[in-house]
Design a protein around this ligand. Structure first.
Ligand code: ATP
Length: 786
């Protein structure tokens, strides 16, 4: 096989042969990564191979090195773990094992290897590449390869993908599998909470992470844990026991019925003494709490990948193949990461070196350095954890004169992360001495009843995972009665306002802003926290609730695809939410392996329908019977007035001529989810804390201007509002842009980015999702063939 390629006509470019393997501990998302590598490789004209059983397969060769076709990876997107097996291979650690690996690659004509694994696997990969020329030399000298056989293989291309649940690799904000593991942990702790509440018990939950506290920290945020132990921020030796007791008793004192403490596997104190679940339990027992330990273990690796990991592994898999195709001998081996929401390439050596530096820093007790080596959001998340879990001890209270009254209102559809946002805002406010007032039942509630309620610590207890809105939400807007809204904001002396919701929240903020001249109280700082399944709020690439929605859609589509397993030839037209924005449809299309995606941005026409029918016919014809599942086509609810889901389904049925059947499937309100996803919960805390901080900063600025540093004045009065008037940028949308947390001025957004008629932002930040989705579904391949 290899000969035929190397001897090919001189003007024929040699077909690249790329192998993909998964190695080390498995993680959800590895199978989707393999699918993406194999299919995009084929799309770009390469021969693709899978190395089964990690480096073991490379060393043993034979059947463990298998040529992969397009159909071989069908269904991989919905599979947990790795379909091509993984192993730990002692032989590969020895030169002898690597020599055999090199031999097996050369005889199969493979010139590039994409390795998906943790830092160990990637260290091995890097070593393999640096040794490669000498391995080839040895194979020639020992007569196992002829010089002619060896010649085309003087260089090895290695590309790394980070598959690890720990999120411990430098150079990437997220590793493939980390968010799935976080989701598993959060689900399990939710279950434990129920029984803990019933019996008024304490639970010590041990989570994975030998050298990395990411899972510990993020699960602490998403489960509202009382305390967490992570290696990067170890508590004081001999002192932590008392601190833990104090915190847990304080929380119990408010009336909390359960206690949750999360311990990362690698937890230590600042003298590097291990802190185990057992030692933590003993402390809680001393406190008089009925305490149990739950070690989550391999459950954390289990299950299928969440939407985010399917997206990450898919985009990164495609990028890995591009990196192979663009590699030259002088470019160092890259590892594919995600940084600032962009898929990026970093030199593998640097990532491995920086990853090791964390462990070294911890060993040297340089914990600040260990923290700084984590990705940019780690420290911010840790601060958010402190302020929502520990700083109710009065240590962070602001002087009386700087304490604020802040209102929070929910606007728009009910959603799963609204309560988590309110809870985090309330806890942060309490830690500073501010008061958070819940405006009940949206703006119309305020206008009709004028009832607002100050939230206490216990009021918001347990809201981290509670779906819906405890304070009530609806679509009403301030324009219903500006005068009444102004009256109540004034009457309750509010110094700032959080408006949580989707496009209505955006509209509400703009309305208040436009009436500032008439109603001075509208000059208070105001922040929209974007929360909508549709993710259509201008100024942000992320809205709370959309991740929950995507996970719902992943589960929904997996289930309906499987429901077709006995008939095999069934296509579902799945109608998804999103308003006039195609974000949810494109993302869902990518992570469910949809054959086609129809969005409002890309108009449906007869030509695309024709092409997609051809694709479906082609897919069912090519089906070798191994893949028993149905196929999915995703249609956004507003993709077309004419081509409704029913009509599309009927057209497909008619054209199928019995080759397949078609059904519509409309998940509807299921997309709002029951409990919020762990990513939404973590982001809810981030958004809430940062939004209140924004209000604090503006109030502080106005106060300083007014009183020139003197601190003996009450904070709220008309003069303050007057000062605010001269600060035109205090009304914003908080959001994520390029993974950075940003505040965008409402007026600028309204002018430049808002499409008020279509109720969405004009910026499309998800183009690459549909491009990659089309490559992997075969849609692009079919188009190119025409
Ligand atoms: P996890 O995140 O689950 O620990 P990992 O990839 O770090 O994943 P390891 O067990 O460290 O898992 O490594 C997996 C395999 O990679 C090893 O069994 C070995 O075959 C290879 N490997 C690891 N380190 C090296 C090394 N320094 N040299 C050569 N091969 C290595």
């Amino acid at each position: 096989d290899s000969d035929s390629d190397s001897d090919g006509a001189a003007d024929q470019p040699k077909k690249k042969k790329i192998a993909v393997m998964t190695s080390g501990g498995d993680s959800p998302g590895m199978s989707p990564a393999v699918r993406a590598v194999v299919r995009s490789g084929i799309y770009f004209g390469c021969d693709m191979f899978a190395v089964y059983e990690g480096y073991e397969g490379l060393v043993r060769g034979g059947d463990l090195l298998k040529k992969m076709e397009w159909e071989d990876v069908r269904g991989f997107l919905s599979h947990g773990g790795t379909d091509i097996g993984t192993a730990r291979c002692a032989e590969f650690r020895e030169r002898k094992g690597r020599l055999q690996g090199a031999y097996n690659m050369v005889v199969n004509g493979i010139d590039a290897l994409v390795v998906c694994g943790g830092d160990g696997s990637l260290t091995g990969a890097d070593l393999f590449r640096s040794e490669w020329p000498s391995l080839i030399e040895e194979l020639v000298q020992t007569g196992r390869l002829t010089a002619a056989e060896a010649e085309p293989h003087r260089h090895l291309t290695i590309v790394g993908l980070v598959g690890s649940i720990d999120n411990d690799m430098a150079g990437t904000d997220a590793t493939i599998g980390a968010y799935s593991a976080l989701e598993r942990i959060s689900e399990m702790v939710d279950y434990i909470d129920e029984t803990a509440n019933s019996h008024s018990r304490a639970f010590v939950v041990e989570v994975m992470g030998r050298h990395c506290g990411w899972l510990g920290l993020m699960s602490g945020l998403s489960t509202g844990a009382d305390y967490i132990f992570i290696p990067e921020r170890p508590p004081k030796h001999g002192k932590w026991q008392d601190e833990l007791k104090e915190i847990c008793s304080r929380h119990r004192g408010y009336g909390k019925r359960n206690t949750t403490v999360i311990v990362a596997e690698g937890a230590i104190d600042d003298e590097l003494q291990p802190i185990t679940a057992e030692t933590v339990k003993d402390v809680l027992v001393e406190l008089g709490l009925d305490t149990r330990i739950t070690t989550l273990g391999h459950v954390q690796r289990g299950g299928t990948a969440v939407a985010y990991d399917r997206m990450l592994s898919t985009l990164q898999g495609v990028e890995a193949v591009k990196a192979v195709l663009e590699s030259t001998p002088d470019i160092p081996s890259p590892v594919i990461g995600i940084a600032e929401n962009q898929i990026v390439r970093q030199p593998l050596v640097d990532s491995v070196r920086d990853t090791k530096m964390v462990a070294t820093a911890i060993e040297a007790k340089d914990f600040d350095k260990a923290m700084s080596l984590r990705d940019s959001t780690f420290a911010e998340a840790y601060e958010a954890y402190l302020s929502t879990a520990l700083h109710d001890d009065g240590s962070q209270l602001l002087p009386e004169t700087e304490r604020l009254n802040i209102g929070i209102v929910h606007v728009g559809a009910s959603l799963s992360a609204l309560n988590a946002t309110t809870r985090a805002a309330a806890l942060y406010c309490l830690s500073k001495g501010h008061k958070l007032f819940a405006i009940q039942n949206g703006f119309s509630g305020l206008i009709k009843d004028g009832v607002i309620k100050e939230l206490s610590w216990l009021d918001v207890d347990g809201w981290h995972n509670k779906g819906g809105s405890e304070i009530g939400t609806n679509r009403s807007l301030p324009a219903e009665h500006y005068g009444d809204v102004a009256y109540y904001l004034q009457r309750y002396n509010l110094n700032g306002l959080l408006i949580v919701g989707g496009f209505e929240a955006f509209t509400a903020l703009h309305q208040l802003e436009s009436q500032k001249e008439l109603y001075p109280v509208f000059n208070i700082p105001k922040v929209v926290v974007p929360a909508t399944v549709s993710n259509n709020v201008p100024g942000t690439e992320y809205s709370l609730g959309s991740d929950t929605c995507l996970n719902q859609l992943v589960n929904y589509c997996d289930a309906i695809k499987q429901s077709a397993s006995s008939t095999r030839r069934r296509v579902f037209v799945v109608e998804v939410q999103g308003g006039n924005s195609g974000y949810v449809a494109c993302y869902a299309g990518l992570v469910t392996g949809a054959m086609a995606v129809y969005t409002p941005e890309l108009k449906i026409n007869l030509q695309t329908i024709r092409e997609d029918i051809d694709l479906l016919v082609d897919v069912f014809d090519g089906d070798r019977g191994e893949d028993k599942n149905g196929k999915v086509v995703i249609r956004n609810e507003h993709a077309s007035k004419v081509y409704t889901s029913e009509l599309l389904s009927d057209i497909f049925s008619e054209a199928a001529k019995g080759r397949f059947e078609t059904r519509t499937a409309i998940p509807g309100h299921v997309q709002q989810g029951y409990t919020p996803s762990s990513m939404d919960r973590v982001m809810a805390v981030r958004f809430a804390v940062q939004s209140v901080k924004f209000i604090e900063q503006w109030s502080h600025k106005a106060y300083e201007t007014l009183h020139q540093g003197s601190s003996h004045h009450a904070v709220n009065n008309l003069k303050m509002l007057d000062v605010m008037r001269t600060h035109p940028h205090n009304s914003v949308v908080i959001g994520i842009q390029n993974a950075l947390l940003v505040f965008s001025d409402i007026k600028a957004l309204y002018q430049d980015d808002a499409d008020m008629r279509l109720r969405k932002g004009k910026t499309v930040h998800w183009e690459n999702l549909s491009e990659v989705g089309d490559i992997l579904s075969g849609r692009s391949r079919l188009r190119d063939r025409r």
